[in-house]
Ligand binder design. Structure first.
Ligand code: ATP
Ligand code: MG
Length: 270
């Protein structure tokens, strides 16, 4: 049994309706319910526009749901505001697809890494250099990167910085929205290894949004398959998908020679 006490986060009947310019509405998320357990990697897959990022933005409280509740450790945080919301943001961090836009190009890595810690009063400014070096070591980057600017690093190195910044506040959950999608395959594999190690060491739960079904299947404990804002199914292994939609989605990804054929159906992912 998975009682509420085992749930870190529960999204309950989450619906998001956007008004469209020129009238009408678009239902980006339609009564979505799922929960994430402490230390678990929960994946969300589905074609472009199926509502994955909207769900992530609602979960991190960047967006308010039209309907439904967000429970965090059993507490309803759907309408949390002010200082309570600020404190909640320590526990749930987010890493986006493109580290070059997520990291302020005018800031040195030291300041990028330490800004959240300073904001929460967790370190003094005299401690920033030592803390930045510690965080760089944690994500296997050279300590002297502390003085660098983001544009003097590779995409993979920038994503390590983004992960280090997210981890700095000791979160319980990190939302990774296509966080490895812009990286080439070998860099991506090393970032996944890093995420796995951090999860082992720190018991962090991940919400992993990814259009690479093969990667999602390897990395995630459970996967929510979405289509047009709706849950299609939630499954441990995409190779055992039951719904016609998920089977169609995965058909060309998993072959007998798994790993050699990673071609995605072009009509599903542009
Ligand atoms: N602020 C907004 N106003 C109106 N419509 C929006 C808004 N944000 C998202 N949408 C629409 O909601 C739907 C879901 O978008 P969302 O970004 O969640 O999809 P996604 O699954 O993350 O897609 P992708 O894989 O391309 O990132 C899309 O049709 C999108 O155009
Ligand atoms: Mg998205």
């Amino acid at each position: 049994m998975n009682g509420p006490s085992e749930e870190l986060l529960r999204m309950e009947g989450i619906t998001k309706v956007f008004p469209l310019e020129g009238g009408g509405t678009l239902t980006a998320c339609d009564h979505i319910t799922f929960s994430v357990r402490p230390g678990e990697t929960f994946g969300i897959v589905g074609e472009s526009g199926s509502g994955k990022s909207t769900l992530a933005r609602i979960l991190t409280r960047l967006e308010t749901p039209t309907e439904g509740r967000i429970l965090y450790r059993g507490e309803d945080i759907t309408h949390l505001s002010g200082e309570a919301l600020r404190q909640h943001r320590r526990a749930v961090q987010m890493v986006f697809q493109d580290p070059s836009t997520a990291l302020d190009p005018k800031m040195r890595v030291r300041d990028i890494l330490c800004e959240p810690l300073l904001n929460f009063g967790l370190i003094r400014s005299s401690e920033t250099d030592a803390k930045a070096r510690e965080l760089l070591r944690l994500v296997d980057l050279p300590e002297d990167f502390a003085g660098r600017f983001p544009h003097h690093m590779s995409g993979g190195q920038r994503q390590r910085v983004a992960i280090a910044r997210a981890v700095a506040l000791a979160p319980e959950l990190i939302v990774l929205d296509e966080a490895t999608s812009a990286l080439d395959v070998s860099v991506q594999a090393r970032i996944i290894d890093l995420l796995r190690r951090l999860q082992r060491e720190r018991h962090i739960a991940y919400l992993f949004i990814c259009h690479d079904l093969f990667l999602a299947n390897n990395f995630c404990d459970r996967i929510l398959v979405m289509q047009h804002g709706k849950e299609v199914e939630t499954i441990h292994d995409l190779r055992e998908a039951k719904s016609a939609y998920a089977r169609k989605l995965t058909a060309s990804v998993f072959t007998l020679e798994e790993g050699k054929n990673k071609v995605l159906p072009p009509e599903l992912f542009q």
